[in-house]
Design a protein around this ligand. Structure first.
Ligand code: DGJ
Length: 708
C-alpha cells in the first residue's frame, strides 16, 4: 500500500535541490545539486535508460539502501539477517511524510518483519542535507542482525574526481585529489575511533572544479567509530557513493521491537568549488551544533597547555610559575595536561586512577584553580576516560573491565588498555570520577583524549564492542555536559584521531594534530578549515625546535600561524628569552584584537602552491578582513606571487595594514609604510591584488583590511 505517495519529492532552497524518486519499490536520490525550478514526472522519466544489451529489461535503481536480490549488483547499502535462511531484505515503500524541508520515507519488508525509514532533512540556510536511516525490528520474537547500513546515492556523471582528507599521526587532514577509477574506491576505518588516516568524508568534483569554481559535493559521516566511505562504478557505468558505520557481523543486533538509527550522513553541495563547500559547512556547523552555537556568547580564551612545556613533570610549584608567566603574557585559560593524577610520572601507568597525585599537588587541584582565578585565568584539565593502565589501582581491582580478544594476550598501545564501556559499572565509575573532579575544583574545560586504537574489541559478553563503545562515549560526554553545563569539552585523540561531526554534538574544540610545527600546521589547518570553522581549531604556539619534527622556527612564524584558530601556547614560557616573549605577547594581543573577526567571520582559502599558502577571514559585512601569506619554502622567484584578497566587497574602499610580523626588514617596513599611505578599491585588491615584499622562507605576513 502506498499511502498518498507521490511519484517524487523535491526539497529545495536557494542553494540546492534534492529530488527523491519514489516511482520504484524503494526511494532513490534522482538528483542532488544546483537549485532547480520546477521538476515534473516526465523530466524524471527522461532519466530512465533503455534496456542495455545483455541486461535486465529495467535498470535497477540505486536506492537509498540498495540490497541484494532486487536486481542491483553493486555493493549492498544494507544487509540484515534474522537466521541463515532469513536474510532476504526486500522492503517496499509504503508512505512518506513530507514537509517543505523534510521527508520521512517509510518502507516495510514483510518477509523479514523490518521497517526502514529514510529521513532527509534539508537545512534552510545552507545546501547541507542530513540523511539518516532508521531500522525497526517489527518482530515480536526474532532478533535482527544489522550487518551493514550505508547511505547510498548515485553520483552525477560529471563528478569524476574525488578529494579525501587523509594523513597520519602528527600530520593529519592532508588533501588528496584523485580521478575515480572504473572500479571501487573503498575507505574503511577499523581503528575504533575516527582515525588519523581516513576522515569519514569524501568530496566529489568534476575535472574542472577548482578551489573557487565548479560543482562539488561533500559527503560527511557524523561518527567517531569504525566507518566506511565507498565510491563504486557499476558495470552499467553508473557511479554511487556510500557512507556509514562499519559494522562487523553480529556487532549490532536488534531485539524484537527495538530499532537502530544510523549516524547522520551529511551531503553538501556547492557550485563555487571546494571553497564553496567550506562556506556552507562553516555556516551550517555554526548554526546547528548546539555547543558551537553557544560559543558566540563566550569569548574563546587564549590558553596555555602544559604538555610540551613539561610533559609529566607537573607539580604545584611549576604550574603556579607557569600560571604567573601566562597571566603576564595575557593568557586567559590554563590547561593542566597529562601527569597530574596519582602516580602518573610517565605513560606506563595510572590511567583510570583519576585522583590527584598528592606528591605533586599536596592540597589537590583547587589551589591551582584558585591561583588561576586570582590571575584572571580559567582552569582546564586533561583526562582520558576510556583508558586504563595495567599499572593502576583500577586495573588491579577490575582486570575484567577491559576489552580484549579471547585466546590472545592483551595488546597494549602506549602502554594502555581500553575500558569496556558496555559495562554499566564502568561508565558509572567514570561518570563519578569525572564528576568528583568537577565538583571539587572549579574546572571549566576538559581536554578529553583517546590515545590508542581499539585493536581488541571483544566485550564482556564476547561481542564486538565498537558500535556500543562509540555511543557510550557520546552518552558519557552528554551526561557530563548535562550535569556540568558550564564545562566545555575538547576532543583529542593523539591529536586529530577523533575529529568529526559526531563528537561535535558534545565538543567545542578539536585538537587537530600533535604537531606544533608551524610549517606542517599550515597544511593541517588548511585541511581542518576546509570543513570546520576556525573557532573550533585548537592551534598552539609550540617550542622551537619542534618536538616532533626537530624544525626550528622563529617565534614570529610560530605565533603568526597559531593565531588563526582558538589560540594557545604549548611551550615552556619560562624558558623564552626576552625578544621571544615580546613577540609572543604581541601575537596574543593581535589575536585578541581580532578574535571576534577570526571566530565569526568567513574563512576563505586562496589559491596556493607548494611554496606559498594564503587565506583570509572576512567579516560578515565585509568591512574588515585579516589575510595571511605564508611562505613555505624558498621561492624560485625573488618575490612571492601576488596576493589577491578574496571575499571582500569590490565596491568598498579599504585601508591595508601589514600587522604581522612586528619586526620587518628595511624593505618590508618601507612596503608597509607605502601601504598605509594609500587606500585601495576592493575590486583592485580582489582582482589585481598586491605584490608582497620579499620574504624569507618559513615566515608569514598578516594584513588587516578595514573599509573606509
Ligand atoms: C596526546 C595529545 O594529543 C597531547 O596533546 C597530550 O595531551 C598527550 N596525549 C598527553 O598524554
Amino acid at each position: 500500500m502506498r499511502d498518498g505517495l507521490k511519484l517524487f519529492y523535491h526539497l529545495k532552497n536557494e542553494w540546492v535541490s534534492i529530488v527523491v524518486d519514489c516511482r520504484s519499490q524503494q526511494p532513490s536520490i534522482a538528483y542532488f545539486g544546483e537549485a532547480l525550478g520546477n521538476v515534473n514526472a516526465s523530466m524524471l522519466g527522461q532519466l530512465d535508460r533503455h534496456e542495455a544489451p545483455a541486461s535486465l529489461s529495467a535498470e535497477p535503481v540505486i536506492s537509498l539502501s540498495p540490497s541484494v536480490g532486487t536486481g542491483y549488483l553493486g555493493h549492498p547499502g544494507i544487509a540484515l539477517r534474522k537466521a541463515p535462511n532469513r536474510w532476504q531484505f526486500n522492503p517496499r515503500l509504503v508512505s512518506c511524510e513530507a514537509s517543505e524541508s523534510r521527508l520521512a520515507l517509510v518502507s516495510i519488508c514483510e518477509a523479514l518483519a523490518v521497517e526502514i525509514t529514510h529521513y532527509l532533512r534539508l537545512d534552510r540556510n545552507t545546501s547541507v542535507t542530513e540523511l539518516t536511516t532508521h531500522i525497526k525490528n517489527l518482530d515480536s520474537e526474532a532478533r535482527v542482525s544489522v550487518d551493514r547500513c550505508l547511505m547510498t546515492a548515485p553520483i552525477q556523471d560529471h563528478l569524476t574526481e574525488a578529494l579525501e582528507l587523509t594523513g597520519r599521526w602528527g600530520y593529519e587532514l592532508q588533501q588528496n585529489r584523485f580521478p575515480l577509477p572504473a572500479s571501487s574506491v573503498v575507505r574503511e576505518n577499523r581503528t575504533g575511533r575516527t582515525s588519523h588516516h581516513l576522515h569519514p568524508s569524501i568530496r566529489l568534483l568534476s575535472t574542472t572544479t577548482s578551489l573557487h569554481s565548479g560543482d562539488a559535493i561533500d559527503v560527511q559521516l557524523a561518527w567517531s567509530g569504525n566507518h566506511t566511505t565507498r565510491i563504486e562504478q557499476l558495470a552499467d557505468g553508473r557511479r554511487l557513493v556510500q557512507a556509514g558505520e562499519l559494522l562487523e557481523p553480529d556487532e549490532l543486533e536488534l531485539d524484537p521491537n527495538t530499532s537502530y538509527t544510523s549516524p547522520s550522513c551529511f551531503f553538501c553541495f556547492s557550485n563555487e568549488g571546494v571553497s564553496g563547500l567550506t562556506q556552507q559547512w562553516h555556516r551550517f556547523i555554526r548554526a546547528r551544533h548546539e555547543p558551537v552555537n553557544a560559543l558566540p556568547h563566550r569569548t574563546r580564551p587564549v590558553q596555555l597547555n602544559t604538555w610540551e612545556a613539561c610533559y609529566f613533570e607537573v607539580n604545584e610549584a611549576t604550574v603556579i610559575e607557569l600560571i604567573d608567566q601566562a597571566a603576564d603574557l595575557g593568557i586567559e585559560r590554563f590547561v593542566l595536561d597529562d601527569g597530574w593524577f596519582e602516580g602518573r610520572n610517565n605513560d606506563h601507568t595510572s590511567l583510570g586512577d583519576w585522583q590527584v597525585d598528592r606528591s605533586k599537588f599536596p592540597a589537590g587541584l583547587t589551589p591551582v584553580a584558585t591561583h588561576c582565578h586570582s590571575k584572571g585565568l580559567e582552569f582546564g584539565l586533561w583526562i582520558e576516560p576510556e583508558m586504563v593502565s595495567r599499572k593502576s589501582e583500577l586495573y588491579r581491582a577490575h582486570p575484567d573491565w577491559v576489552l580484549g580478544f579471547s585466546g590472545t594476550s592483551l595488546i597494549e598501545a602506549r602502554h594502555q588498555l581500553v575500558l569496556d564501556l558496555g559495562r554499566e559499572e564502568v561508565v558509572d565509575y567514570l561518570f563519578e570520577s569525572i564528576s568528583a573532579l568537577l565538583t571539587e575544583t572549579p574546572i571549566r574545560y576538559l581536554k578529553w583524549d583517546m590515545n590508542r586504537d581499539i585493536h581488541q574489541m571483544e566485550n564482556a559478553v564476547g561481542g564486538r564492542a565498537v558500535h556500543h563503545q562509540t555511543n557510550a562515549v557520546y552518552a558519557l560526554m552528554a551526561r557530563i555536559r548535562k550535569q556540568f553545563p558550564h564545562v566545555e569539552i575538547e576532543s583529542c585523540a593523539s591529536g586529530g584521531g577523533r575529529l568529526d561531526m559526531g563528537v561535535l554534538q558534545h565538543a567545542t574544540r578539536f585538537w587537530p594534530s600533535d604537531t606544533n610545527d608551524a610549517l606542517d600546521r599550515v597544511r593541517v589547518q588548511t585541511g581542518f578549515l576546509s570543513m570546520l570553522p576556525p573557532e573550533l581549531m585548537g592551534s598552539h604556539v609550540g617550542p622551537s625546535p619542534c618536538h616532533l619534527t626537530g624544525r626550528q622556527h622563529a617565534m614570529a612564524f610560530r605565533a603568526g600561524v597559531a593565531l588563526w584558530g582558538h589560540m594557545g601556547v604549548e611551550a615552556d614560557i619560562r624558558a623564552l628569552d626576552e625578544s621571544e616573549r615580546a613577540v609572543l605577547e604581541a601575537a596574543i594581543n593581535l589575536h585578541k584584537q581580532h578574535r571576534l573577526l577570526l571566530h565569526r567571520g568567513c574563512y576563505i582559502e586562496h589559491e596556493s602552491s607548494a611554496q606559498q599558502v594564503s587565506w583570509s577571514v572576512v567579516s560578515a559585512d565585509q568591512t574588515e578582513a585579516l589575510s595571511a601569506l605564508a611562505l613555505m619554502e624558498t621561492p624560485n622567484t625573488a618575490f612571492p606571487k601576488r596576493m589577491r584578497f578574496l571575499g571582500i566587497d569590490v565596491a568598498k574602499q579599504y585601508r591595508v595594514n601589514l600587522v604581522w610580523p612586528q619586526e620587518l626588514s628595511a624593505a618590508q617596513a618601507q612596503y608597509r609604510d607605502s601601504l598605509q599611505a594609500n587606500t585601495f578599491g576592493g575590486d583592485w585588491l580582489q582582482h589585481a591584488g598586491l605584490e608582497p615584499p620579499i620574504m624569507r622562507p618559513e615566515s608569514i605576513l598578516i594584513y588587516h583590511l578595514t573599509a573606509i
